[in-house]
Design a protein. Structure first.
Length: 326
């Protein structure tokens, strides 16, 4: 009996050591990205103008790294909070809870431009922490280098907004290991010419991170194969109500198949220069997570290119109940 217990103890010890070595391997081997480059992004008028357009109306930096007022339609950014972070993503402990970081000078003022670029496009923070891809660095890795530098140049001009450090993120196992394997060196392909509407539209759809919200996911947050852009992802705007994202594929019955280009563009135009409406009573149960007032600032030509690309997608039959009963 004593001999059997010794063997069992040895076996358990072996398993513990093997598990420790396995975890240690992940922490030594990953994340596997180059060191932050030494670079200072020039703040030219042209670069700042492009960066302002992308940050304010396309890539979503100020929609995530700010407080949003979900007592109003589409949760506009609260004045004075642009870039300060602290917004919570995930309203339970399954499978994650994350908080956006302060990207004003109060938060990243001592970061180099190279460190900001690495975090934004390769998914590794200044201290080597791998970022969870809810921060869509795999998308931003596919932006042109010019656009990345324009974003960084403009973010550097945001007013400094001090804020307390957000709570630590929560990742259920095995996410702490998985998240270490995701960061990768960015590709930075050139931005397609606007005359190639489908290619340019694909570029803009990637920049606006449309697929991340309009692709249904499984219980661990992984996109469902064959359901790209088919909608159905659940959101609780400000923690209130339940809304599911729309099907953006050109399916005639459940997607955008019957929408004309003019109808698509007009949907965004309707929110230009219009103050967000305050919601009353049960209207808050039918709010939208999508920051319409931000995306409304996209140019008509960019919206037409996005429409052209969405029309080129394979149609996917996926009827989405926008406001399902809980």
């Amino acid at each position: 009996m004593a001999r059997l217990l010794k063997w069992l103890f040895a076996l358990v010890a072996l398993v513990v050591v093997a598990a420790g070595l396995f975890v240690g391997y992940f922490f030594v081997r990953y994340p596997d990205v180059p060191a932050a480059e030494t670079v200072t992004v020039p703040r030219t008028p042209e670069r700042l103008a492009r960066g302002e357009y992308l940050v304010e109306h396309v890539v979503g930096c100020v929609a995530c790294h700010a407080e949003r007022d979900f007592s109003k339609f589409s949760g506009p950014v609260v004045d004075g909070t642009k870039g300060k972070g602290g917004q919570r993503f995930g309203f339970g402990l399954e499978p994650f809870v994350l908080y956006s970081k302060n990207i004003t000078p109060a938060g990243v003022g001592d970061w180099t431009d190279g460190e900001v670029i690495r975090a934004m496009t390769a998914g590794v923070s200044r201290d080597g922490t791998p970022l969870f891809p809810l921060m869509p660095y795999p998308r931003y890795a596919q932006l042109s280098r010019d656009d990345v530098e324009a974003i960084v140049a403009y973010v550097r001009t945001l007013p400094s907004v001090p804020s307390p450090a957000p709570p630590a993120r929560h990742l259920n196992f095995p996410l702490p290991l998985v998240v270490r394997t995701i960061p990768a060196a960015p590709s930075h392909p050139p931005r397609p010419p606007a005359t190639d509407r489908i290619a340019y539209g694909r570029y803009m759809v990637n920049a606006a991170v449309c697929a991340d919200c309009h692709t249904p996911i499984d219980g661990q947050g992984a996109p469902l194969p064959g359901k790209e852009f088919a909608g159905g992802t659940p959101f609780r705007p400000g923690g209130v109500g339940l809304v599911r994202s729309a099907n953006l594929t050109p399916d005639a019955g459940t997607g955008l198949g019957t929408w004309t280009e003019a109808q698509f563009v007009d949907k965004f135009r309707a929110f230009r220069g219009v103050p967000a409406r305050t919601l009353v009573g049960d209207e808050r149960l039918q709010n939208s997570e999508m920051p319409w007032t931000s995306y409304a600032g996209m140019t008509d030509d960019d919206l037409r290119a996005i429409y052209a690309y969405l029309r080129s997608l394979p149609p996917v039959v996926n009827r989405v109940e926008k406001f399902p009963k809980e």
